[in-house]
Design a binder for this molecule. Sequence first.
Ligand code: NAP
Length: 313
Amino acid sequence: MSKVYDVVILGAGPAGLSAALYAGRARLSTLLIEKGQDGGQIAITDDIENYPGSPNAEPGPVLIGRMSAQVERFGAERVKDTIKSVDLKSNPKKITCVNGEYLAKSVIVCTGAFPKPCGAENEGKLTGKGVSYCATCDANFFEDFEVYVVGGGDSAIQEALYLTKFARKVTVIHRRDELRAAKSLQEKAFANEKMEFMWNSQILKFNGDDILTSMEVKNTKTGEITHIEADPDDGMFGVFVFIGFNPRSELFEGQLDMENGYILADSDTMATSIPGVYAAGDVRKKSFRQVVTAAADGANAVHSVEHYLSELK
Ligand code: NAP
């Protein structure tokens, strides 16, 4: 008969890594399933400067590398596999992946969220060909080119500032006339000579066959459409979209209670609508999505798992 783990953790972002660390340290038989690289969104974040205990701004992968090493130290098992389906109501709970099936007394869902597209025509077609959702991954392709950043939140402004290290000009396209980003980031952005702003604006359409060469931007107040063309010497430009995230929760639809795709879980215990199933990090409905709040969710979920397992005995 297959092994039944005390807890199976789905996803190795900050929430999943924190849960695996706490579960391993609590001597629970633990399996952490991740399909790609560790870190989730943090793996593609340039500078993290607000994680407690890390006083210097550091690249996301560096912080994640330390978290992964710490998980290893406390003995959680790990598999690299893609989850195809889950049966969370059965006991034991069943997680079916491409390469195998895993059984668990309890499950912590830490599947995170992925970047929202801006909805412009041809966005999918030109993704990776001028349209990007990751400055850390793609900034160097735009060395001395012009780039545009869509959004007005912390991510957009932080990544726009990062892009000024590569691009010769960075224009923020925001749908309102006021940024949502933290004041400290706004101050840096307004003081940066390479940065410009297109207020009350929304991209309607991207143009180009193999590469982004032009786009249509609508002024949401006046309705006026501006055609933006690549500088003829460049032949292309970049657009980086940072307008928030969609939760990765499709696998749990019909089983766990959700709101707008975010899993509803108790903010103290992380308990979902199914006993023995917990949700931690960005996939959970919550108001503040940060590495530190994801890590805290993971720890809280394991605390609840320990209580749940002791009641099962
Ligand atoms: P966010 O705070 O939700 O901001 C999203 C931005 O995109 C907003 O300016 C929003 O405009 C705009 N937007 C949303 N949908 C749009 C659409 N369809 N078309 C055009 N614009 C659209 O998201 P985020 O910046 O990714 O941040 C997510 C969370 O992570 C936040 O809690 C943030 O504080 C945190 N974060 C923190 C740091 C840090 O501490 N260093 C860094 C990154 C992120 P409106 O303003 O008009 O709604």
